[in-house]
Ligand binder design. Structure first.
Ligand code: GLY
Ligand code: MN
Ligand code: MN
Length: 413
């Protein structure tokens, strides 16, 4: 993605805010892991969407007055000692080249924002758009300090939520974003092929995970979320962390995995038999899940709601589990049907969506389709998850190369 993509995103955002507004976005800081060690830095995804920059402690400010939006990027002051430890810090010319923001300044942004908001005859700026998190316990202390400081110095300024405006934009993917998701899916497909090729060797979950991740790491890519490899009974736990359990001959292994590319994530689930052959019960459940996925897919087009896709999966499960004699009442389905089947996919694996009531599918939305049914009493669960682009009058499955028909899986062993 080049600077024009990020510049275009800032323009779209600026068009959504009123005159007399200042908006601030922060790239974030790494979390402390233990002692003097930190977790690898993960850039705030709204900040990334607006700048393409993925370094810590950067601040983007957009100030809109008389219909004109001025944008500035604030870098932390250079620190030679830190550069000796961590390598050269981002320089203004690099930051401009990646983001397209022309004004890049080494200074504290707080005073500048307070000066903006306090400025001028008639108080030209009255609103501060902040991208605070909606989960209070994950709040950004730096941002809270700014808001408190501002409430004291400019009590007439209103603090508004910037996140929902960016989320509305991020919900509809542009061609470059769809390409990034396709790349993430291609990497994920390669990892799954490698895992499948080694499955019959009798490996514990943590080694199957390594088989999946190895080709992706070798291409210098990372993962949108922690790899899930769950064998046997563990496949009935939705977010099982791969452990030492070594799948035995009759087990299924459930993968829920996704590489990322330019921070755009894939999210794919597949369920494969360790022995290369499904048992009769496993085959029956697998077919019910796969048919449910096909029925849901048929309704995924602009205007359908996300909730209606999950409801279709629930109704398919009730119908097919009852007709197979596995359950006898509708209410019993909740023992086996545990989760919704559709979420947006993008810079976050569980990506953002517009606020408000019902969420409608629309052209350019990318979402997952992931029906699953779980049977702890039989020691297995099945989930099949693909990534789907909503098109003008229907959809395109973005992950068709990752095999999921029973015959294709059994023939690949
Ligand atoms: N991998 C998490 C999910 O499928 O939603
Ligand atoms: Mn998943
Ligand atoms: Mn998912």
């Amino acid at each position: 993605m080049d600077a024009s993509f990020f510049k275009g995103n800032r323009e779209k955002f600026s068009n959504l805010i009123e005159d007399g507004s200042v908006a601030v976005f922060m790239s974030g800081n790494p979390l402390r892991r233990s002692g003097d060690q930190f977790f690898p830095f993960e850039v705030d995804r709204n900040f990334y969407y607006l700048t393409g920059l993925d370094e810590q402690n950067l601040v983007l400010v957009i100030a809109k007055k008389d219909g004109v939006a001025e944008e500035s990027l604030y870098l932390p002051p250079l620190n030679e000692r830190m550069e000796r430890s961590n390598g050269p810090a981002l320089r203004p010319s690099e930051a401009s080249g990646i983001s397209g923001v022309q004004e890049v300044i080494y200074t504290s942004y707080e005073q500048q924002i307070i000066d903006y908001l306090a400025s001028g005859s008639g108080r030209a700026f009255q609103r501060l758009y902040c991208d605070y998190l909606t989960y209070p316990n994950l709040e950004n202390p730096q941002l809270l300090a700014l808001i408190n400081n501002l409430r004291n110095s400019c009590p007439y300024a209103t603090v508004k939520y910037a996140g929902s405006l960016v989320h509305g934009l991020r919900y509809l993917k542009q061609p470059a974003e769809i390409e990034a998701i396709r790349s993430a899916i291609a990497l994920t497909a390669e990892g799954l092929r490698n895992a499948l090729a080694n499955l019959a060797h009798g490996r514990p979950e943590y080694q199957i995970k390594a088989d999946f991740e190895d080709p992706i790491i070798r291409r210098n890519h990372g993962f949108g979320f922690a790899t899930i490899v769950a064998a046997g009974l563990n496949s009935t736990v939705l977010h099982h962390s791969p452990g030492t359990y070594q799948g035995s001959t009759g087990d299924l292994v459930l993968f829920d995995v996704g590489a990322h590319s330019s921070y755009y994530s894939a999210d794919i689930s597949r369920t494969y038999p360790v022995s290369g052959k499904f048992s009769d019960k496993q085959r029956l459940v697998y077919e019910i899940v796969l048919n449910s996925q096909k029925e849901c897919l048929a309704m995924m087009k602009p205007g359908a709601t996300l909730a209606s896709v999950s409801e279709t999966a629930r109704l398919c499960a009730i119908r097919d589990l009852k007709s197979s004699g596995i359950i006898s009442s509708d209410a019993e389905v909740t023992k086996h049907y545990y989760h919704g089947v559709c979420h947006p996919l993008g810079l976050n694996t569980h990506d953002v969506m517009p606020g408000g009531g019902e969420i409608l599918l629309a052209e350019g939305v990318v979402c997952t389709l992931e029906p699953g049914l779980y049977f702890p009493q039989w020691g297995f669960g099945v989930r099949i998850e693909d990534d789907v682009l909503i098109t003008r009058d229907g959809n395109e499955v973005l992950s068709p190369q990752i095999i999921k028909e029973i015959a294709d899986i059994e023939n690949s062993f």
